[in-house]
Each structure stands twice: as structure tokens, then as C-alpha cells.
Design a protein around this ligand. Structure first.
Ligand code: FES
Length: 182
């Protein structure tokens, strides 16, 4: 009898922990999709990047499309290839990935796997690195970098600023295939 009630008690304790764990996972999932403070108007989306947390995906909306914004950790930046770094939006000392969050195969929305620092598309298995360069078929191209301009810590999506023009000239926006390792 004593054993049974002890088992009941332990069951409740572990059940409670499991429920808490579930809540934690839900919270983490919701948090990873939280948008940053932003203003949307006439074809532009202004996003305040100052509260972005490293390695947490933020999803904004621009002209009806999801835009991924990911602040990279210094460790990620340190190990990037030239092509990966060339796609970084630099704000002060911080590096961000900013791209249209649609798989270049057939347009599903890939998920970010923070522990592996990569995107995975559940539709047909395509993968992208932390700079949204495709690393596994069937995705044919990197996820596209939208026109953007940086003003202080504000990102203005929809306007062509200096950094965007540089990326365009370097051919790293995602309109042609890129080697993630080069
Ligand atoms: S739509 Fe992403 S792999 Fe097919």
C-alpha cells in the first residue's frame, strides 16, 4: 500500500515535470516565431533589430511574404565561409540573416533548427545553412534576400540601401546558385 501511494506520488511528480516540459517546448516554439517590434506601411516593413536575440528566428511580414530575421552569434560568424558572410546584414557589430522565408523548391516555409544552425524544409527535405544557402536538394537556390536598408538599428525591408546594392553587385542575393563553402 505504502509502495502504491509512493508510486502515485512519483507518477504525479513526473507527470508534472512532463507537462512543464511540454509547456517549455511550446513557449520555445512560440518564442522562435515571435516578430520583433515592427511597423508596416505601403510596401515597407520597418523592424527594430535592437531587441533581437542571437540564434532565435524572428519572422516578419513584407508584402504578404514571411521574412526571416536571424541574429547570428559571434561563433557562427567566425566560422562562416566568404559566401555566407557576404549575405550578412551588418548592423553595428552584429550580423543578421535577412531573407524571404520560402523554400526555393516549391515555396513551403522552412523551419529553423537552432541547435544545428540550419533550416530544414519539411515538404521534400531540402536544407539550408544559417545563411539560408541551400545545402541539400531539391532546393535549387538560396532563400532570396529582399531589398533592404539599414538606418541605425532599424531594418527597412522594401528599400534598396547600400548593403543591399553591394550584395546585388556581388551576386549573392539568391538569384543564382552559391557554394556555401566558398
Ligand atoms: S518545398 Fe521545400 S523541399 Fe520542396
Amino acid at each position: 500500500m505504502a509502495d502504491n501511494s509512493r508510486r502515485d506520488f512519483m507518477g504525479k511528480v513526473f507527470g508534472g515535470w512532463a507537462a512543464l516540459g511540454g509547456l517549455g517546448a511550446l513557449y520555445a516554439a512560440k518564442k522562435s516565431w515571435d516578430p520583433l517590434p515592427s511597423v508596416k506601411a505601403a510596401g515597407f516593413t520597418k523592424v527594430d533589430l535592437s531587441s533581437a536575440e542571437p540564434n532565435v528566428l524572428n519572422v516578419e511580414k513584407w508584402r504578404g511574404k514571411p521574412v526571416f530575421i536571424l541574429k547570428k552569434t559571434p561563433e557562427i560568424v567566425a566560422k562562416q565561409s566568404k559566401n555566407e558572410t557576404a549575405r550578412d546584414v551588418v548592423v553595428g557589430k552584429d550580423h543578421f540573416l535577412v531573407c524571404i522565408g520560402l523554400c526555393t523548391h516549391l515555396g513551403c516555409i522552412p523551419a529553423y533548427e537552432a541547435n544545428k544552425e540550419m533550416f530544414k524544409c519539411a515538404c521534400h527535405g531540402a536544407e539550408y545553412d544559417v545563411s539560408a544557402i541551400n545545402t541539400k536538394a531539391p532546393a535549387p537556390l538560396p532563400m532570396l534576400i529582399p531589398p533592404f536598408r539599414v538606418d541605425g538599428t532599424t531594418l527597412i525591408i522594401g528599400e534598396e540601401g547600400e548593403q543591399y546594392k553591394k550584395m546585388k553587385a556581388a551576386g549573392v542575393l539568391g538569384k543564382k546558385p552559391l557554394n556555401p563553402k566558398a
